[in-house]
Write a protein that binds this ligand. Structure first.
Ligand code: DAH
Length: 343
């Protein structure tokens, strides 16, 4: 019996020495098989248990169990250490250096026209208007006909445009949105419609074949010219400052009656007269008027019950005044040196 005990203890010593040399998890697994596997050394020794007397068995069995537990625990401990070491090595190998310099492409800036549109829309949103949008490729009836500009009307000459066919064109004004809105909505109506418009004009410092307008429309019971003036005064002061006044000049638009052109106090000289306002002290910014009764009834709204006002703001001119831009072409050339100034 002491023979067996000795072999077990010798086996344990051998195991302890060998495990010191282990360097990777493969070697650890090999050792596990060599000692604890089916044909392993410990298993071999335990086969000899059969030759022991029943009295000897428990004592040798205890030693054998201790040796097995010792080996198992030792192996597990070493295997864990090796695994931790190996994975930290792997992390080290796969490390990415996030401090490397990268190429910065530069952040963009809002276009001054969009800035102006946003600013103007914000003012009217604050006055309780909602925002509407419609197509740039428009039917003749919305752009002209239902706004009381029939074929052959002289107003068509001043708004020559690009025709898709006899009935479809690139819209020359956002005023067609008045019709679209009134056809779809019942009063009370209070809406602004920003958008692009087209005219076959040559490009120079104040004209472009593509430009932007913001249409305004208010229809309700008892809407008067006083409401129009009040709204526009408020708009002018919010956009250009408290000292800004508006001036109304009688004009003619086929779809409003009466109609006016609206000037604002010159934003460059404050009204004394300068190069920007051609010494007038005023700058024309928009057209407006009371919606013509015929236009209301064209859209199924009874002009005996309802009245309304409308206006159309030129966005380019407003943006140029607001941001001190002296040539309209700068707005379309997309020169980064110009655009960057609006960051
Ligand atoms: N659509 C007109 C233009 O392009 C501007 C305009 C004038 C709009 C009077 C209106 C208005 O809504 O009432 O010249």
């Amino acid at each position: 019996m002491s023979d067996m005990k000795e072999s077990l203890l010798a086996l344990r010593d051998r195991f302890d020495k060998e495990i010191e040399q282990i360097k990777d998890s493969d070697a650890a697994e090999k050792m596990r098989v060599a000692y604890l596997g089916k044909k392993g050394s410990l298993t071999q020794v335990l086969r000899g248990m059969g030759g022991l007397t029943p009295e000897e068995r428990p004592e040798v069995g205890k030693v054998a169990n201790d040796v097995r537990t010792h080996m198992e625990e030792f192996l597990e401990q070493v295997t864990n250490q090796i695994k931790t070491f190996e994975s930290s090595k792997k992390l080290e190998r796969e490390k990415i250096d996030v401090t490397l310099p990268y190429k910065f492409n530069g952040a963009g800036a809002r276009h001054p026209l969009n800035m102006a549109i946003n600013e103007i829309c914000d003012i009217f949103l604050g006055l309780g208007y909602s925002i509407g949008e419609g197509p740039e490729v428009e039917y003749d009836k919305y752009n002209f006909e239902l706004l009381r500009i029939p074929e052959g009307h002289p107003a068509r000459d001043t708004q020559d445009t690009f025709y898709i066919n006899d009935n479809i064109l690139l819209r020359t004004q956002t005023s067609g949105m008045q019709i679209r809105i009134m056809e779809q909505t019942k009063p009370p109506i209070k809406v602004i419609c920003p958008g692009k418009v087209y005219r076959s004009d040559a490009l120079d410092s104040t004209h472009s074949p593509v430009f932007h307008q913001i249409e305004g429309l208010v229809v309700d019971k008892g809407v008067t010219m006083g409401d129009l003036v009040g709204s526009l005064r408020l708009f002018a002061k919010k956009l250009f400052g408290d000292n800004t006044e508006i001036r109304l000049r009688p004009h003619h638009f086929p779809f409003t009656e009466p109609s006016v052109e609206v000037d604002l106090t010159c934003w460059s000289c404050g009204g004394c007269g300068c190069r920007v306002c051609k010494n007038e002290g005023w700058i024309e910014v928009l057209g407006a008027g009371m919606v013509h009764p015929e236009v209301l009834s064209n859209c199924g709204i009874d002009p005996e019950v309802y009245s309304g006002f409308a206006f159309g703001i030129g966005v380019e001119r407003t943006a140029m005044g607001r941001y001190g831009i002296d040539d309209i072409r700068l707005l379309y050339e997309n020169d980064v040196r110009f655009l960057e100034q609006f960051k």
